[in-house]
Each structure stands twice: as C-alpha cells, then as structure tokens.
Design a protein around this ligand. Structure first.
Ligand SMILES: Nc1nc2c(c(=O)[nH]1)N[C@H]1C(S)=C(S)[C@@H](COP(=O)(O)O)O[C@H]1N2
Ligand SMILES: [Mo]
Length: 319
C-alpha cells in the first residue's frame, strides 16, 4: 500500500490521546484488517488515497464538530440545519456540466470526471469569514487535474462554479426565496491552478457527508470559507470575472477575492482573531472549555504558497 511510503504520520498532527483512542477503536473493528495496527493507516482502507505533506501544526477539529457545525444555506441558515436536512439530497447519480472555454465540454458523470485522478489526504486550515476556524483532513486532489482533463482554452481567465439547485431536496432554498440561488462562486484561473486549490470528495477518511458538500466541493484554504463552494454541478471556464453569491448579496462586505486577511476587518467585526471550533483553552477536549481564540495569519497561513498571485495588490485594501 502506497500509504506507508509517505512520511507524514497521522499521529504527527493528532493529539496522542485521540490517536490512540482511534487506533483502539479501529483495532476493535473486525471489518478493518491487520494493517490498521500500523501508524499512518487510520484511513487507508476506507478510500484509496495517499497522504501528502500538506499538513499544519495544529489540532485537527473533531469529525463530529466538522460535520455538525456547518454553513450550507440550501439546507437552512442555522449551523445545525445542514446536518439535520442534507440527507434528503440525492448524490448518485451525479453529473457535472463542464462548459465555456474548454476543449472537452459536456455533462460528465462524476465517475468519468474523476477517472484516473488519484486521491490524497490534505490537512488544511479552514477559516470562515464569520471568524471561526477548523482544521480539516480533506481527501481529494488539486483542481488543476480537472482543468487539465477538460482542456482549458487559452482565452479563459476565470473558473466559475455552481451548486446543485434542487428545492425538492434542499429545504433551505424554498425557505429563503430572496437568496439568489443557485449558489455560485469563482476563481481567477491562476488561483484555480495553484496546487493548494483542491476538489474534495472526502474528509476524515470517508466520502464527504452531504452537509459538507457531497459528492464534490471546492476547498480554497487561503480564502474565506464561502469561496469553498459545495455540491458542484457546473464548472465554466470564462474570460470575464464571474458573479459570486456573497458578493452579489453584500458587495461591501464580501469581495470576489476574499483572501483571508487579518488586517482588513469585516465592516461589522474584526478579522484579526478567530474562534477555534472545538478548540479547548486547556487542550482537554471538553466542550466546557471550547472557544479558544487564535490570531488569524495572513492568507490563513498559506502566504508562502499564494502571496505571489496578488503581487500587484495593496494588502491593506478590501477585495
Ligand atoms: N453551496 C454552498 N456552498 C457553501 C456554502 C453554502 O451556503 N452553500 N457555505 C459556505 C461557507 S460560508 C462556508 S464557511 C463553508 C462551510 O463548509 P463546511 O460546512 O464544510 O465547514 O461552505 C461554503 N460553501
Ligand atoms: Mo463561511
């Protein structure tokens, strides 16, 4: 199994106690083979993926927090609504329309779109514009792999994304008729081609739960969370900057770029610090102590990888 060739150990990024607990749990599960006793194999048998050196020096958010405290307005605006309501969404079959300035446009069945693309685990910081954060072990691949597959034409400058718009299965759509459905997002092509920009199909070693954007979503870890559009059904290559949902709703609060920037406050709150979801001040893991704060780093800690994309821009300004 390729997974043992990688240097990163899950135990490197997980508190030892949690790691041991998880190993004990797995050791007691007969469906999982003997390989589970080895470090680094915690998720190996669930999805075929390798580990990479994309990781962060921080405690991973618990799976239960990351799958129950969500923003997915198609299922309601409360943080618990997505988990409660998203099981209605049918994610199979799933097709993704790829159109615009591409050589191979079409309606791709998800399996065809993903065929031949290797999955890997990447542990990323995730920073919502609402000033909370998580650390999530995603499974997926660089968005550029899909761009290569569909053949981007030289005139293309942006990538636009659209979420499923199926009111019969998404109770938040009818409940919020003034919201400009479907949810749409976009990236500049060079941002989309940055290796950090990821399409996720899983998290915590399993397929994505519906509330986290099954069966495929974007993850752009240096931008505020709303850029990471869920349950994608359309990818369009275009030469003009696409509209984005939160920018349409409140352009003075949410820009097209929306790079994480602790020096530019939201008009209604500071972006200098963030509340770590499930993060305990005393690292005891008890919800009683949750809500630890940390300083938000520039580009959410990914400055080295992405700052050059914005070299002409004044980072003290709102974009
Ligand atoms: N289609 C869609 N995508 C979405 C949203 C949404 O409401 N609808 N919310 C965004 C916001 S604000 C955040 S913070 C993240 C939350 O992702 P998570 O629930 O997996 O943490 O999803 C983003 N993607
Ligand atoms: Mo968000």
């Amino acid at each position: 199994m390729t997974i043992f060739q990688n240097k990163l150990k899950y135990s490197d990024v997980t508190p030892k106690k949690v790691f041991l607990n998880r190993r004990q749990i797995i050791a007691g599960t007969s469906a999982v083979g003997i390989s589970s006793y080895l470090p680094n194999s915690v998720y190996a048998d669930v999805l075929k993926h390798t580990k990479t050196n994309y990781t962060v020096d921080a405690e991973i958010t618990s799976k239960s927090d990351a799958t129950s405290y969500n923003n997915f307005y198609e299922f309601g605006t409360g943080k618990g609504d997505p988990k409660n309501n998203a099981s209605m969404m049918q994610t199979s079959p799933w097709s993704v329309k790829v159109n615009g300035l591409v050589n191979n446009p079409g309606d791709y069945d998800l399996d065809d779109l993903l065929a031949g693309i290797d999955l890997e685990e990447r542990i990323y910081r995730f920073r919502c514009v609402e000033a909370w954060s998580m650390v999530v072990p995603w499974i997926g691949f660089s968005l550029s792999k899909i761009l290569d597959k569909v053949g981007v034409q030289s005139k293309a400058k942006y990538v636009a994304f659209q979420t499923l718009n199926r009111p019969s299965e998404m109770v938040g759509i009818g409940a919020n008729p003034r919201f400009p459905w479907p949810y749409v997002e976009g990236l500049r092509l060079d941002e989309a081609r940055n290796p950090l920009a990821m399409i996720a199909t899983g998290m915590y070693g399993e397929s994505l739960p519906n509330q986290n954007g099954a069966p495929l979503r974007l993850v752009v870890p240096w931008k505020y969370g709303f850029k990471s559009i869920k349950s994608i059904v359309r990818i369009t290559l275009t030469d003009t900057q696409p509209e984005t949902t939160w920018n349409k709703l409140a352009p003075q609060e949410y820009g097209f770029y929306s790079n994480v920037n602790p020096t530019v406050d939201h008009p209604r709150w500071s972006q200098a610090t963030e509340r770590v979801i499930g993060g305990s001040i005393f690292k005891l893991g008890s919800p009683l102590f949750s809500g630890a704060k940390r300083d938000t780093p520039m580009f959410n800690g990914y400055e080295e990888e992405v700052a050059s994309l914005y070299s002409g821009m004044d980072l003290s300004k709102f974009y």
